[in-house]
Design a protein around this ligand. Structure first.
Ligand code: FAD
Length: 468
């Protein structure tokens, strides 16, 4: 009798403990992807990118003589139907760590077990399970550096290689068609523009890891801060988000580089552990995407969504580095980390707007959307998160531009208004935005929405007073 492999955000074959466990049974395997209500609720770009990932993964499985069965509906109902149709004796999946997924998975596990079926969850999304890292006092970590020190010396199992074939059942259950799911439907912008910027699938992710480790990694510690330097960071976040690459594969490649004396390797490994830390926090504090972490911030009178925030979303603040970042995200589904920090600081400090307004826009636009990293990033910049920057740390976007984009490579790449003959990327933004935004490339660049000195003073006064 077969086993059902319930794939979610783990769309790969290598470095996949669940798949390894399933193969070890010698049973026929039925890979399944379920578009359940939890998955349907995702932001437009994330859902679109997931569609690309599922499509690619189905092709990868087909090349191994297997299939990816697609079904839509509540997970438990779909799994029960599949069990009835195929006579499967168990379901396996890789753990997810956000609260909605956890309660769904617990209910599924309990219901399947009650029927005498196998139901097992496996690691793979993270290098370190959130409950396996504890402070000396026995609780979760709240500060990054001690977390890093706690994990950096730990032995990590080797990433298993991808199998060369997957045994299937004699008879396959019916599959829905991915086209019918309309995964791009919520994209108001041209999906084709965004699609051109995605690196989809396990093979491409692994090739990128190798290319990055052999090249840009050496200069990563310095170059990662400059948004104009294309390819200076790994760009693997979109693959990690959908599980097209496993974090342990990256970890081991990083350590190998470190052993070889690569100067950028340690900084890179630390960044990878920031992702682990984000999930550690989110697991232990599931309200992190909704409530200010620090209690004395919970009543802070942030401005709710407002017209300035809409100007910000459209990349029309008149602050070049802020607008460049927001436009990069709109077109590519990703944004350079430094730009993420600067646009977030501008929204929460200069515009005193609730960090959750920004978090939601990122969740709508990012193809590397990661609920833990997104929530941690926003709370960190806003100043209300664990291990956050102090509230008086306000990024000056103009100063940051002078320091990290001195030759304006990044700003000119994304702002058509700045140059006489703007490049394809800058123009692609104007092609992608809804007509109603009336954003012709020939228009003059907007005046600053707010004077930076004034905005900073206003923010400092409000933050100092309102926080406690
Ligand atoms: P690299 O520099 O090559 O780093 C390697 C990997 O380390 C990344 O792929 C990522 O998995 C991890 N990593 C690096 N920096 C961070 C960080 N600060 N926090 C957590 N993990 C990190 N990252 C997401 O993947 N999804 C998000 O939704 C997301 N939202 C963010 C929101 C804000 C406000 C901020 C400030 C940061 C956010 N980040 C998010 C973190 C970071 O900006 C991206 O992970 C990074 O830019 C991805 O580029 P890269 O893959 O080239 O990273």
């Amino acid at each position: 009798a077969p086993l059902i492999l319930w794939f979610r955000r783990d769309l790969r074959l290598g470095d996949h403990p669940m798949l390894a466990a399933a193969r070890a049974t010698g049973r026929p395997l039925i890979p399944v992807f379920i578009l359940d209500p939890e998955t349907e609720a995702m932001g437009a770009a994330a859902k679109f990118r997931l569609g690309l990932a599922v499509d690619q993964f189905a092709a990868t499985l087909a090349a191994l003589g297997s299939r990816l069965i697609l079904r839509r509906g509540p997970a438990l109902a779909v799994l029960e139907a599949l069990v009835a149709e195929t006579g499967a004796v168990g379901v396996l999946w890789s753990r997810m760590y956000d609260a909605p997924a956890r309660s769904r998975d617990q209910a599924v596990k309990a219901a399947l077990k009650a029927r005498g079926l196998g139901a097992t969850s496996h690691p793979g999304a993270l290098i370190f399970e959130p409950w396996e890292v504890e402070t000396g006092q026995g609780g979760p970590y709240r500060v990054f550096t001690p977390f890093w020190k706690a994990v950096r010396g730990r032995p990590v199992p080797a990433a298993q290689p991808a199998p060369g074939a997957l045994p299937g059942p004699g008879l396959w259950p019916r599959s829905e068609r991915l086209e019918d799911w309309q995964m791009a439907a919520a994209m108001r912008r041209g999906a084709a523009v965004v699609a051109a910027h995605q690196r989809v699938g396990e093979a491409r992710a692994l090739a990128r890891l190798e290319e990055f480790a052999a090249g840009p990694l050496a200069a990563y510690a310095a170059d990662r801060d400059f948004p104009g330097l294309s390819g200076a960071t790994s760009g693997l976040s979109e693959n990690l988000a959908w599980g097209e690459i496993g974090p342990r594969a990256i970890w081991h490649r990083g350590w190998r580089a470190m052993a070889e004396g690569n100067a950028g390797a340690e900084t890179f490994l630390k960044e990878l552990v920031w992702r682990e830390f984000a999930w550690h926090l989110y697991y232990h504090f599931p309200q992190m995407d909704r409530a200010s972490w620090k209690a004395d911030w919970q009543a802070f009178p942030w401005r709710a969504d407002n017209p300035d925030a809409e100007v910000w979303r459209r990349g029309l603040t008149g602050e070049p580095l802020v607008d460049a970042g927001l436009r990069e995200m709109y077109v590519t589904g990703r944004m350079h980390n430094r730009a993420r920090m600067i646009v977030a600081s501008y929204l929460t400090k200069h515009l005193l707007t609730d960090w959750r307004v920004g978090l939601r826009w990122f969740a709508e636009c990012l193809t590397d959307w990661d609920p833990a990293a997104n929530a941690m990033g926003w709370q960190w910049v806003a100043g209300c998160g664990p291990d956050a920057a102090p509230y008086f740390r306000i990024f000056n976007p103009a100063g940051q531009a002078g320091k990290f984009d001195a030759d304006q490579t990044y700003c000119r790449r994304w702002l058509a208004e700045l140059g006489r003959s703007p490049g394809a990327e800058a123009l692609s933004y104007h092609a992608a935005v809804p007509k109603s935004w009336a954003l012709e490339p020939g228009r003059p660049y907007p005046m600053p929405l707010i004077d930076l000195t004034e905005g900073r003073a206003r923010a400092l006064a409000a933050l100092a007073q309102g926080k406690a």
